[in-house]
Design a binder for this molecule. Structure first.
Ligand code: FUL
Length: 490
């Protein structure tokens, strides 16, 4: 070995020897999300479609005594739906395959109360198939709403109906490709047609549907699908249909003690529970119009841009996903007024998040766990890397040096949720001409939290983690300057 080679060898040996050791990641704080829940979290924004018999009877809850001959869309086009949602940046569509009135949008072998006995496509149509094809074409995921309550079926209330329900789920979950979410509604039991009995049938909502076996069936047939119910299994109702989650929203829930349909449910559990035992994140379902179904008299009551943007920030911005409903009209199309409002919303979202101001700027932390968990992982544009502190260090802060005076009004932050939701409270400060000023103080973060505030100008931003269940893990921070909403009333 030549002299200079020896030197090179010694120097590289020293350098490698000095390199800090990679440290172990923090222990998870349970509960933690499953793989299928992690995939679902990434979707954030997807469409609900309420389109079924009620569309043609101008009702919200059909009695079950309707005739299949009433179902007759004149220009049904699932491609129009899919294109509309895809263009708006939504990731999937959940369709009311069967609502409480029992009419089926697919030609189920197990009932005559379906599209096969309707005039639509001469009784040869299969709306779920058409939608599955459109979703595939436009790269959207497909989800199924299946009402456990069935006001049409004569067997409703008896064990035979449970077999019927399973048979139908088997059809829906095997014949249409991948399903990303199976949506079980909480409303059930009461008056109905019930095969002509026209009576009131009450069921024991907890025991009657045999949920454990129903859930196993879904798992067996669609292992990657999340199951929605008022309290889970995988995704929970946010507890209101107005379009907001709560400033404190835990993805944790004491699922075993919470039963869907309890009157106190929405009050007690919709914000989740800090010490909840299961990971059951919140989904915010809300309609773009007052009704879930189409009513011509609501054509001019489509939500305003301002309202829709508030919904966006109070759902996706508060650790929830947004399931925005479109009442497809009697033609079988997303009405042009709804399309227009969605387009405005999508354009505004694009503008609000157009220019990320903090990306790759110098970032430091008051404490760092060690190699592999540096604060630079926060604004590297990679959500799989994260900053963490040493075990036992909770109170900590992260500072982003903006390099010059910048004005902003949006702050987005994400925890690294594969290790559980940990943070209980945090604050943000901005360094202005007069020094550091606290501009916001909040509780939970979770998968994503977006804060809105009036324009503020400063040269640095500091995030203080004030309380957490264990050492914090932050995977992402983004800062934006959103433009004002266009000056219009709707
Ligand atoms: C409720 C149902 O009763 C409504 O009709 C609608 O489907 C809504 C999304 O869920 O519980």
């Amino acid at each position: 070995m030549k002299y200079y080679q020896k030197i090179l060898f010694i120097v590289s040996f020293l350098l490698i020897g000095c390199e800090p050791e990679k440290v172990a990641p923090p222990e998870p704080v349970y509960p933690i999300p499953s793989e299928r829940q992690l995939d679902w979290q990434d979707l954030e924004f997807y469409a609900f479609i309420h389109f079924n018999m009620n569309t043609f009877t101008n009702m919200e809850w059909g009695t079950g005594g309707e005739s299949p001959s009433q179902f007759n869309p004149t220009a049904l086009d699932c491609r129009q739906w899919a294109k509309t949602f895809k263009d708006a940046g939504m990731k999937g569509i959940i369709i009311t395959a069967k609502h409480h009135d029992g009419f089926c949008l697919w030609p189920s072998k197990y009932t005559e109360h379906s599209v096969k006995n309707s005039p639509w496509r001469d009784g040869k149509g299969d709306l779920i198939q058409e939608l599955a094809d459109a979703c595939k074409e436009f790269g959207l995921k497909l989800g199924i709403y299946y009402s456990p309550w069935d006001r049409n079926h004569g067997d409703y209330g008896t064990p035979e109906y449970i077999t019927y329900k399973r048979n139908q789920l088997r059809e829906l979950l095997t014949e249409y490709g991948d399903i990303f979410e199976v949506w079980f509604d909480g409303a059930n039991g009461g008056t109905g047609y019930y095969g002509g009995a026209n009576e009131n049938r009450k069921v024991d909502k907890k025991g009657y549907y045999d949920w454990p076996n129903t859930f196993s069936l879904v798992r067996e047939l669609q292992p990657n699908a999340v199951i929605f119910g008022d309290a889970g299994l995988d995704v929970r109702w946010v507890g209101n249909e107005k379009g907001y989650a709560y400033p404190t929203t835990w993805s944790n829930l004491m699922r075993d003690s919470v039963y869907a349909g309890m009157p106190e449910y929405s009050k007690m559990y919709s914000a989740g529970q800090e010490n909840g035992t299961h990971w059951v994140p919140a989904e915010v379902d809300v309609s773009i119009r007052p009704g879930w179904y189409y009513h011509p008299e609501q054509d001019n009551q489509v939500k305003s841009l301002k309202h829709l943007m508030n919904i966006y920030y109070e759902s996706i911005g508060m650790n929830g996903s947004l399931l925005l409903n479109f009442p497809v009209d009697v033609r079988g199309l997303v009405h042009e007024n709804d399309v227009r409002q969605l387009q405005k919303m999508a354009a505004q979202i694009k503008k609000d998040f157009a220019n990320e101001l903090a990306k790759e700027l110098p970032i430091t932390a008051s404490n760092t766990r060690g190699k592999g968990f540096e604060p630079t992982n926060i604004n590297d544009g990679n959500k799989d890397t994260y900053w963490a502190t040493k075990d036992g260090v909770i109170e900590s802060s992260i500072t982003i040096d903006l390099g010059k005076e910048l004005t902003f009004n949006r702050f987005l932050i994400q925890e690294y949720i594969p290790l559980g939701q940990r943070i209980k409270s945090f604050s943000i400060e901005v360094k202005g001409r007069g020094g550091w000023e606290e501009i916001d103080r909040q509780t939970t973060i979770g998968y994503k939290r977006i804060l809105r505030f009036p324009d503020i100008t400063g040269t640095a931003i500091r995030v203080n983690i004030l309380d957490a269940k264990a050492c914090p893990t932050i995977s992402n921070i983004e800062v934006y300057h959103a433009p004002p909403l266009p000056d219009e009333t709707n």
